[in-house]
Design a protein around this ligand. Structure first.
Ligand code: GRF
Length: 227
């Protein structure tokens, strides 16, 4: 059994994805060690969740820094100081400067509420409804310098119903996001996933398409086999 993976979590909001990771660790299904939780918002729920769980938590305010780069340099210096093997952006709502992202490429992931490459950026639920899509979902991907454009590791899908609103889609998707993120972090904790110049490798073999979250919470490959 490898040593627990040291992870740092970045979050800006209520922190339900962070809570899901903490719960999975508590349940014994996620062999990770929380090195720290970092935020750009001092009053966010994620920081309280971290502190309640005894995880070191730090917020820096963008207003206290000269520009975006100065803020990112300060925040990521603090992140680097706790020596995480993986940085998990879980509802972190700021764009990170490319020079900083590049320093962490291959060891930073993000959860995004759409089936990437569709709907990069904000207001994904609204845009899915406006387009009349019948399927929506969430993606966990490597963070690269271009926003929401890094290689996708795995996705969760939900059907869009006739009566759905942006709020109902967000609410219905959220529990899938939680399972998806925990499952993906689990792949890293078990040292099974790695970035390559050609895409994501799982157990040393290039994924032809992102893994999919199945109803039982496991990740499946394109052929439906358990990842
Ligand atoms: C999630 O829906 C995530 O996909 C999006 O922001 C939300 C964060 O939720 N980018 P929480 O703060 O983890 O509850």
């Amino acid at each position: 059994m490898p040593a627990p993976l040291r992870i740092a979590v970045l979050a800006s909001g209520r922190g339900s994805n962070l809570a899901a990771l903490l719960a999975a660790r508590e349940a014994g299904s996620l062999p990770v060690e929380f090195a720290g939780v970092f935020s750009d918002r001092a009053a966010c729920g994620a920081l309280s969740i971290a502190r309640d769980a005894g995880v070191p938590a730090l917020a820096l305010s963008p207003r206290d820094h000269f520009d975006r780069l100065a803020f990112d340099e300060a925040l990521f210096a603090a992140v680097e100081a706790v020596q995480p093997a993986l940085i998990v952006c879980a509802g972190y709502m700021r764009i990170i400067e490319a020079v900083v992202v590049e320093r962490f490429e291959g060891r930073m992931i993000n959860i995004h509420p759409s089936l990437l490459p569709a709907y990069q950026g904000l207001r994904t639920h609204e845009r899915v409804l406006r387009a009349g899509d019948r399927v929506h979902g969430a993606s966990v991907h490597f963070v690269s310098a271009e926003l929401d454009a890094g290689a996708v590791i795995a996705q969760a899908r939900i059907a869009v119903g006739d009566g759905d609103t942006p709020e109902s889609l967000a609410r219905r998707l959220l529990p899938h996001e939680h399972r998806l993120l925990a499952a993906c972090v689990g792949l890293f904790a078990r040292r099974r996933v790695a970035p390559t110049p050609f895409g994501v490798a799982l157990d040393g073999a290039l994924l032809q398409e992102p893994l999919r979250l199945a109803d039982d919470g496991t990740l499946r490959d394109a052929a439906g086999g358990r990842a």
